[in-house]
Design a protein around this ligand. Structure first.
Ligand code: AMP
Ligand code: MG
Length: 443
């Protein structure tokens, strides 16, 4: 009988590390960047705050009008003369005259946006006002222009006017002294606008992480040399460098791309030495599976502290994690789909953690799965899916064959379907969790 070793073909291997456990161990082994810098607001999108943003002012600075209309004091609003019940006959009204339940107010002037009315408003008076214009002293209510009868220098209002309406209060958006954005916040477009609205033109952020990456493998050909040519037999284009480069660039780090490294102890040692010297984080692909030459483990043990994990996940079972010199090290599998999946599950949360962010886990949403999904128990599975809205509900469909070498299945997908280790199969209509790739909802 052939004495078989445990492998990823087994239904379940007892020594496999659960994904959440691997993530916890990884986080415990990482240090958060302390170095910070002050940068211009215009360069701050995607950066992580190392100092909270506290508002020096009220926004808006003064009470202002939310509508075009007339600013009045609520003391001018007439009391309703409507009978409690029964019919009321609408009275004839002459312009300029008030009937019971109405008031005629003298229009004193205009408050424009950016050009306030200088004097105050008293009972029986009104000021023409436009959206965003400062409320004159004494005014607490704006009657929209559609609800008045305007004459040359007066307006008539009725008892339907509601006191306090259509006014934006000073500090209603942000109050002076308020904590607006806390340490650890990765700045998005709306944050940049909010900071500008406070009159702040620079922020303190953590230094950009430096990440070195390289692909390992004797079978790899660099695009720089082989693009648009026929590859030698048995060789393939190095796509992982490009995937990693794009993933890292959108993570907002400073990239040190070391290209392809051959499967020799010497080349691996040289690349790791340079990477550890220059970077905070090293990300490699390939060379960590059981079939790799012994020198890989040897070089890592010699140069740092690296553990080779077998994680209860598919794809992405082998993963090396640890330190080389001062740099955190991630040895991702060579398989192109596994590279993306392990990057999103481990490297991206790690980069966020190291940059000082608190919210680091991939976003997961519940969706109704439209297909039958087969899998084995004991491993978390990340299948490629297409997420969309159908009748107001998020639904997801598998992109089809899930071979870990099919990188095109990753680009055909807009999410990962995450199926928990203990689940044996998913039936159409079952609820699954999905991790969208691009933003909150599929674009
Ligand atoms: P490895 O983990 O090195 O055994 O690689 C696993 C599989 O991924 C093999 O089929 C490799 O040819 C493939 N592979 C490894 N590195 C790359 C790369 N940089 N680009 C594309 N495919 C790769
Ligand atoms: Mg290899």
């Amino acid at each position: 009988m052939v004495d078989k070793q445990p492998s990823c073909a087994d239904a379940a291997e007892p020594e496999l590390l659960p994904v959440h456990e691997a993530r916890l161990r990884m986080l415990a082994g990482l240090t958060v960047l302390k170095a910070a810098e002050k940068i211009a607001l215009g360069d701050a999108v995607g950066r992580v705050l190392s100092q909270a943003v506290v508002s020096p002012i009220n926004v808006p600075a003064e009470n202002n009008s939310a509508m075009d209309g007339y600013a009045i004091t609520s003391a001018s609003i007439p009391i309703s003369d409507e009978p409690e019940s029964g019919e009321s006959t609408p009275g004839e009204s002459t312009p300029g005259e008030s009937t019971p339940g109405e008031s005629t107010l003298k229009v004193l002037g205009t408050s424009w946006a950016g050009r306030p009315y200088e004097n105050s408003v008293r009972t029986g008076e009104a000021v023409r006002i436009f959206t965003g214009a400062v409320m004159p002293a004494g005014a607490d209510t704006v009657v929209i222009q559609e609800h008045v009868q305007a004459d040359e220098d007066s307006v008539r209002i009725d008892s339907a006017v509601v006191a306090g309406r259509n006014v934006r209060a000073a500090g209603e958006d942000v109050q002076q002294g308020q904590l607006v954005l806390d340490v650890g916040r990765r700045l998005v477009a709306a944050d940049i606008g909010v900071i500008a609205s406070l009159g702040i033109d620079s922020v303190r952020v953590t230094r950009r992480l430096k990440v070195a990456c390289f692909s390992t493998g004797d079978e790899l050909c660099a695009l720089a040399q082989y693009a648009n040519t026929r590859l030698p037999a048995g060789m393939l284009f190095d796509s992982n460098s490009w995937t990693l480069r794009a993933l890292l660039e959108s993570s907002g780090v400073e990239l040190i791309d070391l290209g392809i490294v051959r499967d020799t102890a010497e080349d691996t040692r040289a690349a790791l030495t340079r990477a550890a010297d220059e970077a905070d984080v090293i990300v490699t692909s390939g060379g960590v599976s059981a079939g790799e030459a012994d020198f890989v483990t040897e070089v890592f043990h010699e140069m740092g502290e690296v553990s080779f994990w077998k994680i209860a996940m598919r794809p992405g079972r082998p993963l090396a994690f640890g330190r080389v010199g001062k740099a955190a090290f991630f040895g991702l599998p060579g398989n192109p789909v596994a590279v993306m999946v392990t990057f999103l599950q481990f490297v991206q949360p790690a980069l966020r953690h190291m940059a000082g962010m608190h919210d680091i886990a991939p976003l997961e949403l519940p969706a109704k799965c439209l297909n039958r999904l087969r899998k084995s128990t004991g491993r978390m599975e990340y299948q490629r899916g297409l997420l969309r809205l159908s009748d107001g509900e998020l639904v997801v469909e598998s992109t089809g064959k899930q071979g870990a070498g099919r990188l095109s299945s990753m680009s055909a997908a807009n999410c990962l379907i995450v199926v928990a280790a203990e689940v044996a199969s998913v039936s159409p209509g079952d609820r699954v969790m999905v991790q969208p790739f691009y933003g909150l909802l599929p674009g």
